[in-house]
Write a protein that binds this ligand. Structure first.
Ligand code: GTP
Ligand code: SPV
Ligand code: MN
Length: 607
């Protein structure tokens, strides 16, 4: 590790050539009173030292190094295991800018409230300055930030999840100097301040100040609450910037589908948390498809930034450099690719362990774990051994199917956008929107059962437009208008689809096999783009009939065959009425074109 920079409360702190950054670090240090300040350079030596220190402090436990080289286990506080949407705020001057989809607080009040918590909170701790870049370091689409944190676990995760360290700092300094030369503010980077605090849920807030490009997070060390580059920056702040600058920051995976002719189509798909993004991004084709020459390339598994290129198409980058993926359900059968990715150099959080200290979770295999996620002897009466939101953090570079184009500075061109959620009933396997406006309605009308990724009840169906309910940094009505604004003359927009892998039968079991078999649906999507696949026009969009898709080798019950490929008018009429009520909740911000489109679909269903 670097020689730690001693803290001088008087005089400037050395660390960066960018005075605006030094000044902010100095202000934070004066507020939080850390014992030491460490500027992260992102080097392997620094990472090794950080791991060693965390091991010494018991923050990280080594896993079986023979089966899992350089893999570690972190057990979070049992009251700190998921995102906390009820404690997440968007603090804009005008409440109406945050919209009914966000909790809101006036910026001055929010700063006062959270700064009171930050006061002196780093006494005896090290303050880490973490410069990072979201997106390939040389990409014009990438954006930088600096996270200040007192959690070494957060630093280690940020090093895996972002381009963290000296190169990011150099870009921040260059952009700052360029802005200053134009007579603008030199602090162009997003400022994220994070402290574990006391890990007390009663003293926890995740606050966003999009007008100041600032984030303040206190009292949680978990995932999206604490790794500020991820949901806080790359979605909530970035969506705000994207609206101002004419691009999109979305909760989407990016995957390349290569057909036997060697042509690759890139698909961006928005599914809510724990609804299948990582799995789809890492899909392994069924055997027959593999033999025929189909290949799947992983670009990103959670976040997608895209903007129109000169050719009119949308070009996308994955702003992240790693995966913070859901462990439960990951197995050699469901996602062998993920298992290969996490075989080494991985941080596991809140998983169980076997008697020989290997990481374990429900769905992995039929071994019985020795210790549960809290380190207690496993007792099935206490619930699952691994926490349902237990996760792995791993570099994307370790993924065997990581796309050779994943780091292209200009991004990849998107051929299709796919929306989807967990819907046990009503929603068919796949349908295609008739045009962009209809597609935006389909996205805005998304709904899904809640999952363990956020604190609160699970399995409750809620509206989740574009899978962005917890992540859109501004008013949903304005967001829908922003989406519609991409439909301009000369635009070559992707086709929009909706999928549902989670339809259930009477027995409560999934009707569709999912995982690798989802490629059959992607094949239909790709062939629709190329104008080679058929479907049937219905009021909700174009649906494949069974024989429009390759279902060879898939066993489907009669119930599945009738459920997965049908639009049931009466049930959809009720759905459209509910969608109407939902949109009404966003009042005059909802673009007229979207309301008209909803009425058109409702009329078609009635007619
Ligand atoms: P976040 O990281 O929270 O954004 O989640 P995600 O959208 O990446 O979800 P992920 O791919 O991690 O999947 C979440 C859970 O859904 C896991 O337990 C998976 O095993 C399960 N899952 C994923 N794809 C499918 C599918 O096609 N069918 C079924 N039945 N389950 C799936
Ligand atoms: C999600 O909840 O969508 C995640 C996990 O990807 S977290 O980083 O905790 O937000
Ligand atoms: Mn996610």
């Amino acid at each position: 590790m670097n020689a730690v920079t001693p803290l001088h409360h008087t005089g400037p702190l050395r660390g960066s050539r960018l005075e605006a950054l030094n000044r902010w670090v100095g202000q934070v240090a004066a507020l939080t009173r850390p014992e030491r300040i460490h500027w992260c350079d992102g080097s392997p030596e620094e990472y090794e030292a950080l791991l060693a220190r965390m091991q010494a402090d018991g923050i990280l436990l080594p896993l079986n190094q023979r089966t899992h080289p350089n893999c570690w286990l972190h057990r979070s506080d049992p009251d700190d295991v998921a995102r906390v949407e009820h404690l997440t705020f968007v603090c804009t001057r005008d409440r109406d800018d945050a919209g009914p989809n966000n909790h809101w607080m006036a910026p001055a009040e929010a700063h006062a409230k959270i700064d009171a918590l930050f006061e002196g909170c780093m006494r005896g701790r090290t303050l880490y300055v973490v410069p990072y870049c979201m997106g390939p370091i040389d990409s014009p689409l990438a954006r930088c930030g600096v996270e200040i944190t007192d959690s070494p676990y957060v630093v280690a995760n940020m090093r895996i999840m972002t381009r963290m360290g000296a190169a990011a700092l150099a870009r921040i300094e260059r952009e700052g100097a360029e802005a200053a030369a134009r007579g603008e503010r030199a602090d162009t980077f997003v400022k994220g301040l994070h402290s574990l605090g006391e890990l007390d849920p009663e003293r926890r807030f995740i606050m966003h100040f999009p007008e100041e490009l600032a984030i303040k997070s206190y009292g949680s060390g978990y995932g999206g609450n604490a790794l500020l580059g991820k949901k806080c920056h790359a979605l909530r702040i970035a969506s705000w910037q994207a609206r101002q600058e004419g691009w999109l920051a979305e909760h989407m995976l990016i995957v390349g589908i290569e057909n036997p002719q060697g042509e690759t189509h890139y698909i961006a798909a928005a599914f809510p948390s724990a609804c299948g993004k990582t799995n789809l991004a890492m899909l392994i084709p069924p055997e027959r498809y593999r033999a025929a020459g189909w290949r799947v390339w992983t670009v990103g598994d959670d976040i997608c930034w895209m903007r129109p290129g000169e050719d009119g198409r949308l070009w996308a980058i994955n702003p992240e450099a790693g995966f913070f993926g859901v462990a439960p359900g990951t197995s050699a059968k469901s996602n062998p690719n993920a298992l290969a990715t996490i075989a080494r150099d991985t941080i596991f959080t809140n998983v169980a362990v076997t008697d020989d200290n290997q990481p374990w979770w429900e769905g992995l295999d039929d071994r019985v774990p020795a210790l549960d996620w809290q380190g207690r002897p496993y007792d099935p009466d206490r619930g699952p051994a691994a926490h349902p939101n237990s996760r792995f953090t791993v570099s994307a570079k370790q993924c065997p199917t990581y796309s050779p184009h994943a780091e292209d500075p200009q991004g990849v061109p998107i051929s299709a956008i796919v929306f989807g959620g967990r819907r046990a009933s009503l929603v068919p396997l796949v349908f295609e929107a008739r045009d962009w406006t209809h597609g935006v309605l389909v996205g805005a009308a998304m709904a899904s059962e809640t999952t363990a990724a956020a604190a609160g009840r699970t399995g409750v169906v809620r509206r989740d437009p574009m899978a962005m309910t917890p992540f859109c940094g501004y008013h949903f009505g304005d967001y829908f208008a922003h989406w519609l604004s991409f439909d301009v003359p000369g635009a070559k927009l992707p086709k929009i689809f909706h999928v549902n892998w989670f339809r259930k039968g009477e027995d409560g079991k999934f009707l569709w096999p999912g995982f690798g078999e989802n490629l059959r649906v992607l094949e239909w999507i790709v062939e629709r783009i190329e104008g080679r696949a058929d479907g049937v026009d219905t009021p909700i969009g174009v649906l494949p009939r069974e024989n429009d898709m390759d279902l060879d080798g898939v066993e489907l019950s009669g119930e599945a065959r009738s459920g997965l490929f049908a639009c049931v008018r009466e049930a959809w009429q009720a759905e459209l009425a509910e969608i109407g009520e939902f949109l009404d909740g966003y009042g005059a911000h909802v673009p007229e074109a979207l309301a008209v489109e909803r009425q058109r679909v409702a009329d078609a269903l009635a007619g």
